[in-house]
Design a protein around this ligand. Structure first.
Ligand code: ADP
Ligand code: MG
Length: 338
């Protein structure tokens, strides 16, 4: 005989938390996306011991009103989505209202935040979802989130983590891609007291590429800029000399969000077919911007997969965009982007 039971809330929260806060890099991604949604133009990320011991994300965005700080940590609490219709017109990075609830279920969290309208900021500390201390604090406008002892209460999750340096590498990768998607935001990433990279926020993609991949990459870029049927393809592809034996340096954004789409990667590779050796993959940072109703980003909680309404048309347009960039490069018409 078996008996069906409804999970108690704490257990259900821990399970749900595992989907959003899978590892330190996922926590950083969520916190940084919140900073972007808050309109910040400066975002500092600091981690210690692979992010398990300590993560801090500080922004100069709009802050959280003092009276709503606790609410922000409740499940399904969001200021970004109020009606179901909005789901098809998402312009913010977040919309599920799950990240803060998930993170604080599996860690100790401190937040310091202030809106421009308020004189004083507020400090709140929570442990495993329960608020432990709240006070006023003097601080500038914006939000700092500190996450400590991640997964200390979920030993099973802990076991899945790799060594600190590997986890720190994942954080660098996630943050690097976010920085590439937002050249107007100045990012900094510090790991165990060492500065790994900073971007200037000067608005140029090539400047971000310089900081993240180095001068050889920044000097070998072909600009992509092509619009057809309301679909805008922009960014850069690397000259063939930047090609590598794997796809780790391929980055795709759809409406400002980092996504994975193998077909678009294949389309770019196809465009390079006569310029590149078999087994080599081109460098690219490409943004696809299209009307929100033509793309569904809602297929997976981590939101790195997308579905397009008219795939064939999109792939044709992307192919043309990249072919044009390569063609202009061959004719020496390439504009200097750095
Ligand atoms: P979502 O981003 O899906 O709305 P979150 O759990 O990530 O859900 O955040 C909940 C709410 O907390 C957000 O909707 C926002 O109002 C507020 N918030 C979180 N982080 C910040 C931040 N850095 N600056 C301003 N507001 C924030
Ligand atoms: Mg969020």
């Amino acid at each position: 005989m078996h008996q069906i039971q409804v999970l108690d809330q704490a257990v259900a929260d821990k399970i749900a938390a595992g989907e959003v806060a899978e590892r330190p890099s996922a926590v950083v991604k969520e916190l940084v996306e919140n900073a972007i949604d808050a309109g910040a133009d400066r975002i500092q990320v600091e981690i210690r011991k692979g992010g398990v011991e300590y993560i801090r994300v500080a922004d100069n965005g709009c802050g959280i009103p003092a009276g709503q700080v606790e609410t922000a940590f409740l499940r399904h609490a969001t200021s970004k989505l109020s009606q179901i219709d909005d789901l098809y017109r998402i312009s913010t990075m977040g919309f599920r209202g799950e990240a803060l609830a998930s993170i604080c279920a599996v860690a100790e969290v401190e937040v310091i935040t202030k809106t421009p309208e308020e004189e004083e900021g507020v400090y709140l500390r929570l442990k495993h979802g329960i608020s432990e201390e709240k006070s006023e604090i003097a601080c500038g406008t914006g939000t700092s989130m500190m996450v400590e002892n991640l997964f200390a209460n979920v030993p099973a999750r802990m076991k899945f983590l790799k060594k600190d340096s590997t986890e720190a590498g994942y954080v660098a990768d996630v943050l690097g891609r976010i920085a590439l998607s937002r050249p107007k935001i100045a990012f900094s990433y510090t790991c165990d007291g060492k500065e790994i990279f900073t971007t200037t926020g000067d608005g140029k993609l090539a400047s971000v590429i310089l900081k993240i991949y180095g001068l050889d990459h920044a000097k070998a870029l072909l600009p992509v800029d092509y619009t057809e049927s309301g679909i805008h393809i922009s960014g850069v592809v690397g000259k063939p000399e930047l090609a590598r034996g794997n796809r780790t340096r391929q980055t795709l954004f759809v409406n400002g969000r980092y996504v994975k789409n193998h077909v678009i990667a294949k389309v770019v590779e196809e465009a390079f077919r006569n310029n590149m050796m078999v087994g080599k993959f081109p460098f690219f940072v490409i943004s696809v911007d299209l009307p929100a109703e033509l793309v569904d980003v809602n297929v997976h909680p981590a939101k790195t997969e997308v579905k397009f309404a008219n795939e064939k048309q999109l792939y044709d347009i992307a192919y043309h965009a990249v072919r044009n960039a390569i063609g202009a490069g061959e004719k020496g018409k390439r504009e200097e982007v750095l």
